[in-house]
Design a protein around this ligand. Structure first.
Ligand SMILES: NC(=O)c1ccc[n+]([C@@H]2O[C@H](COP(=O)([O-])OP(=O)(O)OC[C@H]3O[C@@H](n4cnc5c(N)ncnc54)[C@H](O)[C@@H]3O)[C@@H](O)[C@H]2O)c1
Length: 241
């Protein structure tokens, strides 16, 4: 398949896990991709391994000013980006009664505002090209409420809400916005106790592979999903259905 032929994509948090897999799939299917992450060494290695179709940029998604540089570099190097995967994010734990306001603010800045900045930065390129596709990575946590998961849970509920509202706002520009809810995916971010108890916790009996989630994300980012917008796709082995 060459679903990304002629397309330029930005994938955040692409130095490892699902973001890395998404960048690899996009390049393998003919696209050109800017990988961004705060993990410089890892990100540079992944981009070098992908080859000429990839470029790594060090970027904290919460840094709004740097978003314009990322998009400008994408345009200069490859052309206007029309695919954005807001994947970079962090797990963050504690109850509302335990965390500080500064901690909460920082988690919202990364997990929620990062994606918001990204959408606004990339939108002009999408409009110029007559459309685009955005996939926001939320979490199964945005379908439920677990004690002790307040910061990550609230931030991922916000990503869910942003996706639905942005899908409505951006449909007239032919920009699709979808979200994926990973359950327990075996990446460096997976909580160890979930990995250890996967058989008991997950109906399908195991954690998912980064590639198993990335394939769903890249489907939504491709023209195969040309009439899918505002969708919420669980990738969780039936854990939260
Ligand atoms: N693994 C899971 O089970 C699971 C479950 C639900 C949601 N998610 C979400 O999936 C996404 C990908 O995570 P993953 O599981 O592949 O984990 P991962 O740790 O392998 O990848 C996340 C990447 O994001 C990067 N990152 C962290 N903070 C950043 C920032 N401020 N700016 C830019 N990059 C940043 C990290 O350096 C890392 O490379 C995240 O948004 C995560 O919250 C993962």
């Amino acid at each position: 398949m060459n679903r990304f032929e002629g397309k330029v994509a930005i994938v955040t948090g692409a130095a490892s896990g699902m973001g890395e897999m998404e960048a690899r799939i996009i390049a393998a299917e003919g696209g050109q991709v800017i990988l961004t992450d705060v993990a410089r060494e890892l990100g540079e290695k992944v981009a070098a391994d992908i080859g000429d179709a990839a470029l790594f940029m060090h970027h904290d998604v919460a840094d709004e000013a740097r978003w314009s540089e990322v998009v400008e570099t994408a345009r200069e190097r490859f052309g206007p980006p029309t695919v954005l995967i807001n994947n970079g994010g962090v797990g963050a734990y504690g109850g509302i009664h335990e965390i500080t306001a500064d901690y909460m603010r920082r988690i919202m800045e990364i997990n929620f505002m990062g994606g918001f900045f990204g959408i606004r930065a990339v939108l002009p390129s999408m409009q110029e090209r007559g459309g685009g596709a955005i996939v926001n990575i939320s979490s199964g946590l945005a379908t439920t409420s677990l004690a002790g998961y307040f910061p990550v849970g609230v931030s991922k509920w916000a990503v869910r809400g942003m996706t639905r509202l942005a899908a409505k706002d951006l449909a007239p520009f032919n920009v699709r916005v979808n979200t994926v809810f990973p359950g327990a995916i075996d990446t460096p971010s997976l909580v160890q106790s979930v990995r250890d108890n996967a058989k008991a916790l997950i109906p399908i009996g195991r954690a998912g592979g980064a590639d198993e989630c990335a394939r769903v994300v890249t489907f939504l980012a491709s023209d195969e999903a040309s009439y899918v917008s505002g969708a919420e796709v669980m990738v969780d082995g039936a854990m939260l259905c």
